[in-house]
Design a protein around this ligand. Structure first.
Ligand code: CAA
Length: 248
């Protein structure tokens, strides 16, 4: 087993939690980084991953704060070693049609979903290049490919992640570092459960597979892309959406 160090932002969230478990099962030492203010959820998370022992630990992080990100990366390096795997899964929605959207709803979504990717990637990349190994996975969304009513902010941020992913992949391609994105469709997470019931039912009815995705199905894709043998997949976007959006 190769105990590479993995950081998962949004690590206690719907997709993040299953991602932490999948990476720990793959023999990684996993740091789940997320808002400490979510105290109740932090405790639930700790209980949920207790059987993994030291393989999964929680660290407080606000991805929009560059200094906070720098402090996290340094703490992880001092305790466990340089970060080899980074999964950017921190994400928020502030859904509303553009005519009603205020500047804070725009700024917050761009800052967390896209700014957070910049902050973390910027901080881990030198260490990955020095190791000659790195795996970065950005959790984007099908709504960054198709757009969604009420999500000009979120769709812009998620589409931006694809451009970032491809540009960064080119910059590090010869250094053993891969950068990819995954575009989950509608999965059974608190974020999707917050969509009004009638709208959610319409969406599910339009998914060819006929159901929401399971977080473990996204986590499995993260584990695949971060495998030591996945070095020839870079700059790619992997759709995991039950056939909701098909393209070539
Ligand atoms: N499609 C088309 N028209 C719609 C619509 C939709 N989905 N939703 C509302 N409308 C219409 C309304 O009927 C209304 O029409 P009238 O003006 O003629 O009455 C008009 O658009 C304006 O509607 P609202 O004033 O209700 O719009 P709003 O600003 O309050 O926003 C909304 C509505 C909250 C965005 C609601 O449509 C919604 O929740 N949509 C779902 C958004 C969604 O799918 N979010 C995904 C979250 S999960 C996620 O993001 C994870 C992931 O990556 C997949």
């Amino acid at each position: 087993m190769n105990e590479r160090v993995a950081v998962v932002t949004g690590g206690i969230g719907g997709l993040g939690t299953e991602t932490c478990k999948a990476l720990a099962r793959a023999g990684r030492r996993v740091v789940a980084a997320d808002l400490a203010a979510r105290t109740e959820r932090v405790e639930q998370f700790r209980a949920e991953v207790a059987s993994f022992g030291d393989a999964i630990t929680f660290e407080p992080l606000n991805v929009i704060d560059h200094n906070d990100c720098a402090s996290l990366v340094e703490r992880v390096r001092a305790r466990y070693g340089a970060v080899s795997i980074l999964v950017n899964a921190a994400g928020i929605t502030r859904d509303t049609s553009l005519r009603k959207m205020d500047a804070a709803q725009w700024d917050d979504v761009i800052a967390v979903n896209l700014g957070g990717v910049f902050n973390l990637c910027r901080l881990v990349v030198d260490g990955m290049m020095a190791q000659g190994f790195g795996r970065i996975v950005n959790i984007s969304s099908v709504n960054g490919q198709t757009g969604q009513f009420g999500q000009t902010n979120y769709s812009a941020a998620k589409a931006g992640m694809h451009g970032f992913t491809m540009a960064r992949a080119r910059e590090v391609a010869k250094k053993g570092v891969t950068v990819n994105s995954i575009s989950p469709g509608y999965c059974d997470t608190p974020m999707v459960r917050a969509v009004p019931e009638d709208i959610r039912q319409q969406i599910v009815a339009s998914i060819p597979v006929g159901r929401l995705g399971e977080p473990r199905e996204i986590a499995r894709t993260v584990a695949f892309l971060t495998d030591d043998d996945a070095g020839y997949i870079t700059g790619a976007n992997i759709p995991v959406n039950g056939g909701y959006f098909m393209s070539f």
